[in-house]
Ligand binder design. Structure first.
Ligand SMILES: [Zn+2]
Length: 159
């Protein structure tokens, strides 16, 4: 799954692609164990009561529960990057709760999944995705998508 697509600018170090799969990487405080996603770019723990300065990369769970979602039906205004001569396609955004980490991670829903197919409470899994830069270059991001077992159009669980 390492196809050489570079991380979208600003997300370097937020995920890892390897033959073992695609995972998001949080930062874990080496002093108290507090998790941050995205990993912190400045020294210091997210817990104000902790004086830890260092963090180590920590893979996050790759499945979670759809906590909430919304859809984007209008193109964001400039300077939102978009390749020239492309039409805006509506997309959905998901907030997925990771049970083990007790975190909610936002992400774009895979482009083949319409918002109408989403239901709060359904199980979602992480997947590599791509965006197109303003110059039409593919950039790696992460997507959320319902796990197999849900109808992609109705969001109903398969019997
Ligand atoms: Zn800490």
């Amino acid at each position: 799954m390492t196809d050489g697509i570079p991380a979208a600018p600003g997300t370097e170090g937020w995920f890892r692609e390897s033959p073992d799969g695609f995972v998001l990487l949080a930062g874990r405080c080496t002093a108290c164990g507090a998790l941050s996603f995205p990993p912190r770019t400045v020294p210091g723990c997210p817990d104000p009561g902790c004086e830890g300065l260092d963090q180590s990369p920590e893979p996050l769970s790759t499945t979670g529960t759809l906590w909430s979602y919304t859809d984007a039906r209008y193109a964001p205004p400039p300077p939102y990057p978009r390749p020239p001569d492309t039409e805006f396609s509506p997309y959905a955004l998901a907030a997925v709760e990771l049970a083990a980490e007790r975190m909610i991670v936002l992400g774009q829903v895979a482009p083949d999944i319409p918002a109408e197919a989403l239901r709060v409470g359904m199980t979602m899994e992480l997947a590599p995705g791509t965006l197109l830069s303003s110059t039409g270059v593919e950039e790696r991001v992460w997507n959320w998508r319902p796990v197999a077992g849900y109808d992609a159009y109705t969001g109903e669980a398969h019997a």
